[in-house]
Design a protein around this ligand. Structure first.
Ligand code: NJP
Length: 234
């Protein structure tokens, strides 16, 4: 087992926001466990980070995969100080066009996946009085046509975040609520036409750096971060 450097765990670390959070954590001196289904991508990212990294397969919708990831992190690092529940998907269709399988998968990844990763690492997080970053959305309090399954999942993630904080006052639980970010989200491509005003992932990851650098005894519970090019809908 490596020496007890502070340790962070990132779900959905293979690209987009997850990779940007991992970079900030590594720059801030954390050893970083990188979980995603795309193992090649997390291995590549691990090679680029300035500090120790553990790339590992992870499907947050699969209980056995979450347990294998937890065990690998325990064996390699033995502690957890930060958990970034970032893995997420979005399927945007009217309610009557959304299939049961699509609805179920959205909740399995965005809600149950965040719950599963949280409870897996909770004992270590409580020991370290750690930080849990829930990557939620600016739509965790509002709805729009075709956003039914996705917004419902983020409303649920908001409820999970708040319950986690209430049940564990020693933790710092941050519900991060970004607006539109230029990633691969929902089948998109970074830099695609019409996305020039979107936030870039490294900008959003600065919110994590801010939370990490807060003095002990203070916590940010919720943070909405939108591009100045986005209409301010509340
Ligand atoms: O999207 P994308 P983002 N198990 O598609 C992983 C929220 N958000 O970075 O498994 C484990 O580039 C997937 O990895 P892989 C959004 O709801 C975004 O934008 O290898 N990991 C990849 O690394 C989500 O919670 C916007 O396919 C799984 C990552 O998730 C978070 O930001 C706005 C997985 C997705 O990368 C990151 O999304 C907003 C699974 N079963 C909130 N399924 C936005 N982009 O505009 C997927 O408000 N992943």
């Amino acid at each position: 087992m490596d020496t007890p450097q502070r340790v962070a765990v990132v779900t959905g670390a293979s690209r987009g926001l997850g990779a940007a959070f991992a970079r900030v954590l590594s720059e801030e001196g954390f050893a970083v466990a990188l979980g995603a289904r795309d193992v090649d991508a997390v291995e590549h990212l691990a090679g680029e980070l300035p500090g120790p990294a553990l790339p590992h397969p992870l499907d947050v919708a699969d209980a056995g995969s979450v347990e294998a990831f937890r065990r690998a992190v325990a064996e390699r690092f033995g502690r957890v100080d930060v958990l970034v529940n970032n893995a997420g998907i979005g399927i945007f269709k009217r309610l009557e066009e959304t299939s049961a399988a699509e609805f179920e998968q959205t909740f399995r990844v965005n809600v149950q996946g965040a719950w599963a990763a949280t409870v897996a690492f909770l004992p270590r997080l409580k020991e370290s009085r750690g930080l849990v970053l829930m990557v939620s959305s600016d739509v965790s309090t509002r709805t729009f046509p075709t956003g039914g399954s996705y917004t419902a999942s983020k409303f649920a993630l908001r409820a999970l975040s708040r319950t986690l904080q209430q049940e564990n006052p020693e933790l710092r639980v941050l519900e991060l609520r970004p607006g539109a970010v230029d990633t691969w989200f929902a089948g998109s491509t970074p830099g695609a036409p019409g996305k020039d005003w979107f936030l870039q992932p490294p900008v959003v990851a600065e919110a994590l750096r801010f939370a990490l650098r807060l003095p002990p005894g203070a916590r940010v519970e919720e943070l909405v971060l939108r591009s100045s090019g986005q209409t301010p809908e509340y």
